[in-house]
Write a protein that binds this ligand. Structure first.
Ligand SMILES: Cc1cc2nc3c(=O)[nH]c(=O)nc-3n(C[C@H](O)[C@H](O)[C@H](O)COP(=O)(O)OP(=O)(O)OC[C@H]3O[C@@H](n4cnc5c(N)ncnc54)[C@H](O)[C@@H]3O)c2cc1C
Length: 340
């Protein structure tokens, strides 16, 4: 286990912005986890666990601690019967590589999550999902190092309290666990409609009626390629803002002017609305704001044109927030997590 010093964080983050980390270590197995946590205690230093860096930002001042870069690999089939197959997957495995593997084996359950960047270890954190599937659907359990008790623990689906793009790992347990592997159970039966509306539309347009994990994966890849910037070519962190929760009265008021705006019930007094729509209606879709740009196909995505600093990004973010507030009186919130 080599502890590297003075590492450029932007090289590890898909937004390609941020200062330096004092230390960084690549961990490849559970022994490394124990060793690095002993080192952390010895040096009284902060730590932050990083996977593919596709949902994480770093400030210009960097991180005065150690980045634990999870590279624990391995795909093990631990159970199989006539209807399903269960795999224990190293947290550092690339999510899309694993999905490709399951699809090649004609297993369904994760094919609609194709092309989501990042590692499988990060998926339980925000219950990652897309096009009608989320990790909670196939998740069985995970193994993690609990940094508050210094022991390895197994956490079940029930322990994690998954909800829409959420789990306890993003809130009360944020930063507590170093996830080492994730166990998922895939289905041997073929994917069945109803599919997410846009997936069905694209399947129909291609005259595909043979619904297999492979055809769904290819369709999702086709949709995502058209709608989302490839972080390898255009730095970004996916959805930069959260969808907005407003009161039912606010929605009723907005619907007088914008009858097309839909609200999705959160509770009896609140609804969730599309923040992409708010940004679009504020005239910002496709707009260049300083060194950043609001993506022209999806206003929720902020891309890095030629920003060199977090400051450039923060300036653009504040302009977008102010414009939406001015137009609608709604404060939009950042979705992407920050190293702290
Ligand atoms: C172009 C693009 C499209 C995207 N589309 C989607 C989408 O459709 N749906 C969706 O849900 N997300 C999407 N995302 C967001 C992102 O891909 C997911 O959040 C993904 O799970 C992040 O994985 P990562 O390995 O890059 O995580 P990182 O950014 O490295 O980490 C994210 C968080 O998880 C924690 N973490 C990571 N690994 C571990 C571990 N082993 N143990 C403990 N904590 C850990 C980190 O501390 C951090 O808080 C998209 C991002 C991009 C850039």
């Amino acid at each position: 286990m080599e502890i590297k010093k003075n590492i450029e964080l932007k090289d590890y983050l898909t937004m390609k912005i941020g200062g330096k980390a004092a230390y960084l270590v690549d961990i490849t197995n559970k022994h490394d986890v124990v060793d690095v946590m002993n080192w952390v205690k010895e040096h009284h230093i902060k730590f932050f666990v990083l996977g593919g860096g596709s949902n994480t930002l770093a400030k210009d001042e960097g991180f005065d601690g150690i980045i634990i870069h999870n590279m624990i690999k391995g795909i093990k089939k631990i159970h199989e019967d006539s209807t399903s197959a269960t795999f224990c997957v190293g947290a550092g495995e690339i999510l899309d590589h694993f999905i490709h593997y399951t699809v090649q084996n004609n297993l369904s359950g994760m094919e609609a999550m194709s092309m989501i960047p990042g590692t499988i270890g990060a998926t339980p954190v925000q219950n990652v999902g897309a096009y009608g599937q989320e990790i909670a659907d196939t998740f069985v359990e995970l193994t993690a190092y609990d940094t508050s008790t210094n022991e390895f623990v197994t956490l079940s689906k029930k322990d994690l309290h998954f909800s829409y793009r959420n789990s306890i790992l993003k809130h009360e347990a944020w930063g507590r666990y170093i996830i080492c592997d994730v166990t998922v159970c895939l289905n041997k039966s073929l994917p069945k409609p109803p599919f997410y509306a846009q997936v069905q539309k694209t399947l129909d347009e291609q005259d595909i009626h043979d619904y297999t994990p492979q055809t769904i994966r290819e369709t999702v890849i086709k949709i995502r390629t058209q709608k989302l910037p490839d972080p390898h070519l255009i730095p970004n962190s996916g959805s930069f803002f959260k969808n907005s929760v407003i009161t039912t009265e606010q929605l009723n008021e907005l619907n007088k002017e914008y009858p097309e705006l839909k609200g999705f019930v959160v509770d009896e007094n609140h609804v969730k609305i599309s923040t992409g729509w708010l940004i679009d209606q504020s005239g910002l879709k496709g707009q260049k704001i300083g060194h950043m740009r609001v993506h022209d196909k999806n206003a929720l995505v902020l891309t890095n044109l030629d920003a060199k600093s977090y400051h450039d990004l923060a300036s653009a973010r504040e302009i977008i927030k102010a414009r939406v507030y001015e137009r609608f009186g709604i404060t939009i919130e950042q979705e992407v997590l920050e190293i702290a």
